[in-house]
Ligand binder design. Structure first.
Ligand code: SF4
Length: 248
């Protein structure tokens, strides 16, 4: 895999939380579109989607994190990742680097929050190596594989994602599912209850709609649809004692 060097790794995002992105690009190649890809193209870091889908490891990531953890105070939690995926499907070098980074951050007494459209490695349940306060999450907006192949072509099959997060839950880890960007019925007709039924074991569910896509914004009943689906997810969580979160 190609590599790049960075000057910094641990940064506070515009959303107010600490995050690291130890890879440039992402082989998942999401077509929602991917906001990180659009920014990388605008600032000349990648030429096109093909370039974006050939990830480049940050070769000095471990040195940077060691240095920055010594210097930066008041880091309460580190999120992985905002502009790439820490457990990119079929990319063992990315997964290996991410595991080492989580381990170093946890050794400094700081928990991590992980979100992936890949498969979470079961090693993360090793309490001797990783902080029990870590949160392990998957993104999931459908159970329909043709939908995944259309919109998240390089990402892990939905069943594999769910099985991986379930394995961590079964070993006592804190887990979450991030349902965003949830599609409107003019993109795919689906019953959110079926998806919720597959993830009823998790500790936390985030739900939100789909931005950056004209097909969704053109859907006349968009606001009413999202208001209704939000209530369905909220009620599902309330009945099962699952933490619920949405925007606004
Ligand atoms: S998984 Fe995230 S970073 Fe990777 S292409 Fe999809 S939206 Fe972009």
């Amino acid at each position: 895999m190609d590599t790049i060097e960075r000057k910094t790794l641990l940064n506070k995002s515009g959303l107010g939380f600490w995050c690291i992105n130890a890879v440039q690009g992402c082989s998942h190649g999401c077509r929602y579109p991917c906001h990180a890809f659009m920014l990388a193209r605008r600032y000349g870091r990648v030429r096109d989607l093909g370039d974006w889908c050939r990830p480049k490891l940050v070769s000095n990531a471990l040195q940077l994190i060691d240095k920055e953890l010594r210097r930066k105070r008041a880091v309460d939690c580190v999120h992985m990742s905002l502009t790439t995926d820490p457990f990119m499907f079929g990319q063992p070098e990315v997964a290996s680097l991410s595991l080492q980074l989580i381990e170093r951050i946890n050794e400094a007494g700081i928990p991590c929050s992980i979100l992936t459209k890949g498969t979470l490695p079961v090693e993360l349940a090793d309490a001797g190596r990783f902080d029990a306060k870590n949160t392990y999450g998957i993104s999931l907006v459908s159970l329909d594989e043709p939908f995944r192949k259309r919109w998240e072509p390089g990402a892990a099959p939905y069943a594999d994602r769910i099985a991986a997060v379930r394995a961590l839950h079964d070993q006592g880890c804190r887990t979450l599912v991030h349902i965003e960007p949830y599609p409107t019925p003019n993109v795919i007709v689906q019953d959110i209850a079926a998806m919720l039924g597959q993830i009823a074991f998790v500790d936390h569910i985030f739900f939100s709609g789909w931005n950056y896509n004209s097909r969704v914004s053109d859907y006349a009943a968009r606001d009413a649809f999202y208001a209704e689906q939000t209530l369905v997810v909220e009620e599902f969580c309330r009945e099962r004692g699952i933490e619920f979160e949405t925007i606004g």
